[in-house]
Design a binder for this molecule. Structure first.
Ligand SMILES: [Zn+2]
Length: 325
């Protein structure tokens, strides 16, 4: 039986997941609750409660480092500069929790954590250079190079959802225009469907629905709706442009698509994504192209990656490890 290396926490806009993770990346124990309403102190209190609860159920969990993946911009010292989906700004998550939990704490972006989790224990296992795009309400990303997560100079690397695919294109929630998120997120897929329905007279079962969102488009496509299938093929093309730019920059061994919407979008989008990547990657006929595959860990990717990151990067982990077992 593998022993625990760290506790991983994944904080999204709606769910807060906690897991104890073993040396080989498997999950030994997990908990789940809703993310508390928008303020820093209730978030910190919720994390403290979850760590206490999961530590109590494992004999050796009390000294484990804690890794936290959070949706937002996170600086290397664990300051969450901006977490729009959770409603926090400039919250020193690592500093607050180190004082309260008296153990090493590391904080990183949630999609980066998911990418690291998949690279170590999921679809990217055995490969050292892996890119991951997470498709959900927004589009996130993570970059692993040489087996290490790339966090960048300020902690903001891997925001692959904001790779620009069209200058002056669709407006993105980040404030820019033309980001791939503005074409391939669940939110934007729903918006594009509504715009196309309003602009034309094409038949589609989506016309009969009260609410058209990304999930409704994917469902319609799965049910044989040609209008929805065409839209998802176009989404695959935009995604392919973004992936090709990242492949040209980083030459990964593999590109993963994860996040809640990936498996529903992929059957219709992925063939176009692959041909678009081939068209736009330099010298594609003269090199091995990275496979583009679905991630496999699902909701566990973020907690696994956060735990792995904490085990390897949490400050004073070495010192903590020297204490009594
Ligand atoms: Zn953007």
């Amino acid at each position: 039986l593998s022993s625990a290396i760290a506790i991983g926490i994944d904080i999204g806009g709606t769910r807060l997941r906690t897991a104890t993770v073993a040396t080989d990346g498997t999950i030994l124990d997990r908990r789940r609750r809703s993310t508390p309403a928008a303020d820093g102190s209730s978030l910190i209190a919720a994390i403290e409660e979850e760590v206490a609860a999961i530590s109590g159920s494992l004999p050796d969990a009390r000294s484990l480092p804690v890794g936290i993946g959070i949706a937002g911009l996170v600086s290397p010292d664990g300051l969450v500069r901006y977490g729009p989906n959770i409603g926090i700004r400039d919250l020193p998550v690592a500093e607050e929790l180190r004082a309260r939990l008296e153990r090493p704490v590391a904080v990183l972006n949630d999609a980066s954590a998911a990418a690291l989790g998949e690279q170590r224990a999921g679809a990217g296992q055995g490969r050292s250079d892996v890119l991951m795009f997470t498709l959900g309400t927004g589009v996130g990303g993570g970059v692993v190079v040489g087996g290490q997560l790339v966090v960048g100079a300020g902690g903001f690397a891997g925001e692959l959802g904001h790779v620009i695919v069209e200058r002056g294109g669709r407006r993105c929630p980040c404030g820019n225009r033309g980001c791939v998120e503005a074409y391939a997120s669940g939110r934007s897929i729903g918006e594009q469907a509504i715009e196309r329905l309003e602009a034309g007279s094409r038949a589609s079962r989506l016309r009969g629905l009260d609410e058209v969102d990304g999930a409704a488009v994917s469902q319609a496509a799965a049910d044989g709706d040609v209008f929805a299938q065409e839209l998802l093929r176009d989404v695959g093309g935009w995604l392919g442009i973004a992936i090709a730019s990242c492949v040209n920059a980083l030459d990964p061994e593999m590109v993963l698509l994860g996040g809640g919407a990936a498996s529903a979008v992929a059957p219709f989008a992925l063939p176009t994504t692959r041909t678009t990547v081939d068209e736009h990657v330099i010298g594609h006929g003269f090199r091995d192209m990275p496979p583009i595959e679905l991630a496999v860990l699902g909701d566990d990717a973020g907690t696994v990656g956060a735990a792995v990151y904490a085990a390897e990067h949490a400050p004073d982990h070495a010192a903590a490890g020297e204490g009594p077992a």
